[in-house]
Write a protein that binds this ligand. Structure first.
Ligand code: PG9
Length: 638
């Protein structure tokens, strides 16, 4: 089998997180309703049929709307369904329960090329409106909806489409040519442009560990979610020993996985990646859409904001909405959301509140004519104050930009830097000893739980490394509320001809923080405390070769001070009085981001080991070269 071709290096395990199987027998609680599940093959326009499960409430009396999810990660086949019978089949995700109060016919489908669905797996968000025969997720959604409304007895002619991540992408892509029966969508954590951000790259810097491991997971075996079997407990060691990226194919994949090959063949933002940027084809709100984003989403934190902004170009009926909260990838579906990592949410169950008070009413309004149309544009669970906020516009009209300036003595303040004797701070970045992106040992991406919450990890694990700069403010004398998009501007140089800068904006908790210290210190370990915690609020990487043109990379001039913008996405957070604002700067983030050789090569993916060299990095804080972060500040909460 193909798995053996990978030098016996791959094992199969049940998947977790956003890519978990969609249905599971509900053995944990007494059935509050019984369902009848049936597997069918739904024909697409090119002749391929897709494996689909229809779950209908037993004893359904009147017509019901259909809620559809389209996934690459597996739905149960008829044999599994029969085995579970007569137990009810229940949706594994908690939102199933919120939806059932209103009543839906739930439909789950495997994408083409996955499990029993025919055709080739696309792993693509291409859509050519001039080629109606093209196999793509927009056309497959259209054909599926058309078949469902014509073939499922007792449906009310209205379809909703929703899902997280890949299933968010397949929901969002239906916006490009919606079937007339499609009345509501909830795109949740959908990627929008896999070169610019989200799963596979951030502004052209490769998400090395994610892209490699995900490609193996989805492409090694069409009938399984496959996990690469690392030979080390700490994958940091494995990726370090791997060396240049050419070794992935030379030693492990042997050119067998199409998406990895395509990624290696297209390092720059060329026609291949531009065609994948499907959200750019959206110019108006075509179908009511509830976009959902997590502030600590470790996979697709960027896409929902782009889809929301694209559809917001023309939205006279306020049908294009966004919800964001303190969630890891899919956390709003999988947990109650009373904490993320160690961070408590002030008694709120943010996930349950989202599902019951926002998501279910949204679909009930558009598919059942129940309740009220949402009057807000954006709903955010603001962290720090731990409060749900409704906004009529995003960002709010009262937002004012305040600039946080870096100082060469390692401080941060709202006062611009004065002339200093040494107007910069510097470090040596060595690709042979890269900064880990989370505390070692680093587990594989899937299926371990650590991956989900790493973006909330305490950054003290790298504080004081000689290749990490830390800038810190004095304790705040008032609450500082930020709500909107942030951007850092470094003025920086490298002694190399290419390099990366990573910016982390951090909320540094006080050493003795009564509010958020754990309530039962007798049972907590020393590490399980928010005292002195360095909580990342925003983190991002920017690669030097693409500073001026994403499509045509160019070498940097060694030691020349360069304006280095680093977008830090949208956030809604209060830095509380007594907390300090902190910024960390580093040039490696491994193995999350592939290493930059720091010498000039035409493609980093073809670089030889000898091209990777240390470089001296400088971050400036002078009146002429004043590194800073622009913060969207709102008047303090009432
Ligand atoms: N982040 C995953 C993914 C989505 C779309 C494309 C590729 C990967 C996921 O969780 O589904």
């Amino acid at each position: 089998t193909f798995r053996h071709l990978l030098l016996g290096a791959v094992i199969t395990l049940p998947p977790l997180a956003a890519n978990a199987p969609l249905l599971a027998a509900d053995t944990t609680q007494a059935p509050h309703a019984a369902f009848i599940a049936k597997e069918v093959m739904v024909p697409m326009r090119d002749g391929a049929s897709l494996q689909t499960v229809i779950v209908t409430p037993a004893g359904q009396t009147g017509p019901l709307p259909i809620l559809l999810t389209r996934t690459p990660y597996g739905v149960p086949d008829q044999a599994m369904i029969d085995q579970e019978s007569p137990k009810p089949i229940s949706r594994e995700l908690p939102s199933w329960h919120a939806f059932q109060k209103d009543g839906y016919i739930m439909v789950y489908q495997n994408l083409r090329g996955r499990f029993k669905s025919e055709g080739e797996f696309l792993k693509s968000s291409r859509y050519d409106e001039n080629n109606p025969k093209q196999p793509n997720e927009t056309n497959d959604a259209w054909d599926t909806i058309d078949w469902l409304v014509k073939n499922i007895p007792n449906n009310n002619g209205r379809v909703g489409l929703y899902g997280v991540s890949y299933a968010g992408l397949t929901s969002g892509m239906a916006l490009l040519n919606p079937h007339p029966a499609l009345k509501a969508i909830s795109e949740q954590a959908s990627p929008a442009d896999q070169w610019m951000n989200d799963d596979d790259h951030h502004y052209g810097a490769l998400r090395e560990s994610y892209t490699f491991e995900y490609t193996v997971m989805e492409e090694a075996d069409r009938n399984a979610n496959t996990h690469f079997d690392f030979s080390t407990h700490d994958v940091y060691d494995w990726y370090l020993a791997l060396g240049p990226l050419t070794n992935v194919n030379d030693h492990y994949l042997h050119n067998k996985l199409g998406y990895w090959n395509a990624t290696m063949a297209h390092p720059d933002y060329d026609a291949f990646w531009k065609e994948e940027a499907w959200y750019k084809k959206i110019h108006a709100s075509t179908v009511p859409n509830l976009n959902v984003a997590g502030f600590w989403d470790q996979e697709d934190p960027w896409g929902p904001w782009q889809i929301f902004r694209a559809a917001g170009q023309h939205d006279p009926d306020n049908t294009n909405l966004i919800v964001a909260g303190p969630w890891y990838h899919g956390g709003w579906q999988r947990t109650d959301g009373d904490t993320i990592g160690l961070l408590p949410m002030g008694g709120h169950k943010t996930g349950a509140e989202f599902r019951e008070e926002i998501e279910a009413p949204f679909f009930a309004y558009y598919l059942h004519d129940k309740g009220e149309k949402p009057t807000w544009k954006a709903r955010m669970f603001e962290t720090g104050s731990n409060t749900w906020r409704s906004y009529a516009t995003w960002p709010d009209a009262h937002v004012k930009t305040e600039t946080l300036w870096f100082h060469s003595d390692g401080t941060l303040s709202f006062t611009p830097p004065a002339k200093a004797e040494t107007p910069f701070r510097q470090y040596i970045s060595d690709p042979a000893s890269p900064v880990p992106y989370r505390a070692r040992p680093i587990s594989p991406t899937y299926p371990t739980p650590e991956w989900r919450t790493w973006e909330t990890n305490d950054q003290r694990f790298v504080d004081h490394r000689p290749d990490v700069l830390t800038f810190t403010s004095v304790p705040l004398d008032h609450d500082l509320r930020i709500a909107g998009p942030l951007e850092a501007h470094l003025f920086a140089s490298t002694s190399g001809q290419d390099s990366d800068f990573i910016v982390k904006l951090i909320d540094a908790f006080p050493e003795k923080d009564q509010k958020t210290a754990l309530t039962s210190p007798e049972t907590a370990t020393w590490a399980e405390s928010m005292n002195g915690y360095q909580l990342p609020i925003a983190m991002e990487v920017r690669r030097g070769r693409y500073l001026h043109d994403f499509s045509h990379p160019a070498p940097l001039t060694p030691n020349k001070v360069t304006d280095w913008p680093v977008p830090l996405r949208d956030h809604d957070h209060v830095f509380l009085k007594g907390h300090r604002i902190m910024v960390q700067i580093q040039s490696t983030w491994f193995p999350l981001i592939d290493r930059n050789p720091q010498t000039w090569v035409t493609s980093i993916y073809q670089a030889k080991a000898s091209s990777f060299r240390p470089a001296t990095q400088r971050v400036y804080a002078s009146p002429q070269a004043a590194s800073h972060i622009d913060l969207p500040v709102l008047p303090a909460s009432p």
